[in-house]
Design a binder for this molecule. Structure first.
Ligand code: FES
Length: 98
């Protein structure tokens, strides 16, 4: 079990192993944009994993290819729908302000 802190709201959600960051964010913010419903196609669920990066699954090639096509990405960028919680440490994510 990990605690996910979602910035900038500061809301927290408990997430078990295997849960996606997208699912965790939706618990705290049901209006969070996820246009392709978690298929790594739209990029609308882009977030920064600012703490606890060892507590989530690694980036897949499919995710990397989509991130490469987005504006405003950085070394901490992930697609929330593709990131699964390992349950080994707490995680902080930041939703980019558009
Ligand atoms: S919901 Fe579309 S890429 Fe994550």
């Amino acid at each position: 079990m990990s605690v996910i802190t979602i910035m900038p709201s500061g809301k927290t959600v408990e997430a078990g192993e295997g849960m996606t960051i997208l699912a965790a964010i939706l618990q705290a913010d049901p209006d969070f944009t996820h246009k392709c419903d978690g298929n790594a196609k739209c990029g609308s669920c882009h977030v920064f994993v600012v703490e606890g990066r060892k507590g989530v699954t690694k980036t897949t090639r499919e995710e990397n290819e989509k991130l490469d096509a987005l504006v405003g990405v950085g070394s901490k960028s992930r697609l929330a729908c593709q990131v699964k919680v390992l349950g080994t440490e707490d995680i902080k994510v930041e939703i980019p302000v558009l």
